[in-house]
Design a protein around this ligand. Structure first.
Ligand code: SIN
Length: 483
C-alpha cells in the first residue's frame, strides 16, 4: 500500500494536519506508543491568540520581545494573523474552551503577555482536552507502538519511512511525509515532557544530512516540581503566576524583583535564569506560593494540579511547593520554510515542536506553541493539497530494508549518562569548558557499540552542544559564560 501522506506523531500538530486532509486521501498516522504520549497532552496553561486586529500588533510585539530579537518577522506575522481563524475553526468544529460566569470565553494571562489572551480548557488541562477532541475528529488510521527509524530519501526526494513494528523492520511508502514527532525532553535529567519524546527524528535527520537549526535554543520552564520519582517532572503552569502566584526563597522573599522589574511575570528565560542564579548564590530552596488563590476557586481552575499535588501529599493552594526549572521545550529543530517544507528534500515536511519555523526566536512566549502547531499544520496541509498529483507519470522507488541493530542492553545506562551530561553542562547556564567536556563525553559514547535509537539521541545532543558552542553571546534561553 502506498499512502498519500504519512504523519509521524499525533500531538496537536500531527492531528490537526490529519483532520484537515479529506478522508478520500490515504493517510497514515504513526505513533511510537499510544497517541496520547505526546507533549501536547501535557500542556496545561493554554493557547494564545490575537483576539482582534488591535491585539495582532501587541501579540507580535510580545512574541518578539520574548524572542529577544531572533524571531523571524514573517513567521510571527503568520502565527498571529491566522491565530483567530485556527481557534474559530476548533470552536466551529465543537471544541469548548472554558467560559466565565457570563458565558463568554475566559482569557487568562501568562508571563510576558501584555494582556489576557490565552484560552484554556478543563481548567489546567488544555492540551489534554484539545488532544482528545482532535483525536475524536480524526478520520484516518493510526499505527501505534511503531517507531520510524529511517526516512526513504533518494536524490533529494522523500518516498516514505522505515518503521520498527513488533521488532520487525518494514518500509511504508507515501507521496508526502510530515514529521510531527515533538521535541527532545528525554535528553535531560529533569524535564516536563512525555516519556516518548526522545529526539529520534532530529537524530535521524542529522544522519540523513537534513539541516537542524537553532538547536542551542532549549527552553527551561521555571516552575516545576522535580522531586517525584518519574523521569517526567510535574509542570506547575505559568497561568498560576499569571493569576497571582509568587516565587519566593526559604524566608518568603520575592527575590525575582532583584533581577527584573516584572518579577514573576518576566519572560520564562529570565525567571528560570534568575532562580538558577539565586539558588546557586544563596543555597536557598525556591518555592511557588499559591496562597493568593481561594480554595474552591483553585480546585475549579486548576483541578489537575490540585489533585496531583494532593496525591504527592501537598495541601494546595495553602502550602507552598518547592520548585526548580526543568527542560520544557525545544525551540530549535528541523529547518522548515513557512509552509513546513524541509529545504532540499521534496515531499518532506516538519511541523510542531520538532520543526524550527523561527517563530519563537531565542525564547518562546508562553502558550504560543499549541497555536504554532495548529497554524503551521494547516499551511503544510494546504501546500500538500495544492500540489499537482503527478504520481501517474512517476516512477516510485522501492528501497531495501536495512537490517540495523536498534538497541543493545547496555544502551540504558548510556542514556542515563547522557541525561546527566546534558543537565549538568547544557542546560540553563553553559560554560565553554562544560560544553567542551560534554562534547568529548558524547563523542566517546557515540564511538562505542550502541544501537541506532541511542545514536539518534546522541547525535541530537551533540548538535545542541555544537550550536551552543557556536553562539558566543548570551541571548534568550542561551546563556554562555567564559570559563
Ligand atoms: C505552562 O502552562 O506554563 C506551559 C505553557 C507553555 O509551555 O506554553
Amino acid at each position: 500500500m502506498r499512502y498519500d501522506t504519512i504523519i509521524i506523531g499525533s500531538g496537536i500538530a500531527g492531528l490537526y494536519a490529519a483532520i484537515n486532509i479529506p478522508k478520500t486521501q490515504k493517510v497514515l498516522l504513526i505513533n511510537k506508543r499510544e497517541s496520547f504520549k505526546c507533549n501536547s497532552f501535557y500542556a496545561q496553561g493554554g493557547i494564545a491568540l490575537s483576539k482582534d486586529e488591535e491585539d495582532i500588533a501587541l501579540h507580535i510585539k510580545d512574541t518578539k520581545d520574548a524572542g529577544a530579537g531572533l524571531c523571524d518577522d514573517e513567521a510571527v506575522d503568520i502565527l498571529t494573523k491566522y491565530s483567530k481563524e485556527a481557534i474559530n475553526d476548533l470552536i466551529n468544529r465543537g471544541f469548548e474552551f472554558d467560559k466565565n460566569d457570563d458565558g463568554e470565553l475566559a482569557y487568562t494571562k501568562e508571563a510576558a503577555h501584555s494582556t489576557s489572551r490565552i484560552l484554556h480548557a478543563g481548567g489546567d488541562a488544555t492540551g489534554r482536552y484539545m488532544h482528545h477532541f482532535l483525536l475524536s475528529q480524526n478520520p484516518h488510521p493510526m499505527l501505534g507502538d511503531t517507531r520510524v527509524v529511517d526516512l526513504l530519501i533518494k536524490d533529494g526526494e522523500c518516498y516514505g519511512v522505515t518503521v520498527l513494528e513488533h521488532r520487525e523492520l518494514r518500509n511504508i511508502y507515501a507521496k508526502n511525509v510530515i514529521i510531527a514527532s515533538g521535541g527532545v525532553g528525554s535528553l535531560y535529567e529533569y524535564h516536563t515532557n512525555a516519556p516518548t519524546i526522545s529526539a529520534d527524528m532530529q537524530g535521524l535527520c542529522i544522519l540523513k544530512g537534513i539541516e537542524l537549526e537553532n538547536m542551542e535554543m532549549m527552553q527551561f520552564h521555571p516552575t516545576v516540581y522535580v522531586n517525584n520519582s518519574y523521569a517526567q517532572k510535574l509542570l506547575l503552569t505559568e497561568a498560576l503566576r499569571g493569576e497571582g502566584a509568587t516565587i519566593e526563597d526559604e524566608e518568603g522573599r520575592r527575590f525575582l524583583f532583584d533581577y527584573d522589574e516584572r518579577g514573576e511575570l518576566a519572560s520564562r528565560d529570565i525567571v528560570s535564569k534568575s532562580i538558577f542564579d539565586y539558588s546557586q548564590k544563596t543555597g536557598s530552596k525556591i518555592y511557588l506560593n499559591m496562597g493568593n488563590f481561594e480554595y474552591q476557586f483553585f480546585i475549579k481552575r486548576f483541578p489537575n494540579i490540585f489533585n496531583t499535588l494532593k496525591n504527592l501529599g501537598f495541601n494546595a493552594p495553602a502550602q507552598r511547593i518547592p520548585i526548580s526549572p526543568a527542560f520544557h521545550y525545544a525551540i530549535g529543530g528541523i529547518k522548515t520554510d513557512s509552509k513546513g517544507l524541509v529545504p532540499n528534500v521534496k515531499n518532506l515536511y516538519a511541523i510542531g515542536e520538532v520543526a524550527s519555523t523561527r517563530v519563537h526566536g531565542a525564547n518562546r512566549l508562553a502558550s504560543n506553541s499549541l497555536l504554532e502547531g495548529l497554524v503551521f499544520a494547516l499551511r503544510t496541509v494546504n501546500d500538500i493539497l495544492s500540489k499537482k498529483d503527478d504520481s501517474k507519470n512517476k516512477i516510485f522507488l522501492e528501497f531495501e530494508v536495512l537490517d540495523e541493530v536498534m538497541s543493545l542492553k547496555t544502551d540504558k545506562v548510556k542514556k542515563n549518562e547522557l541525561r546527566e551530561i546534558m543537565w549538568k553542562n547544557v542546560s540553563i547556564v553553559r560554560s565553554k569548558k562544560g560544553l567542551n567536556g560534554a562534547l568529548s563525553q558524547v563523542n566517546v559514547i557515540l564511538k562505542g557499540n550502541i544501537g541506532k535509537l541511542l545514536k539518534f539521541r546522541l547525535l541530537t545532543a551533540r548538535e545542541i552542544i555544537l550550536a551552543a558552542l557556536a553562539r558566543r553571546e548570551s541571548v534568550g534561553v542561551h546563556t554562555i559564560i567564559e570559563e
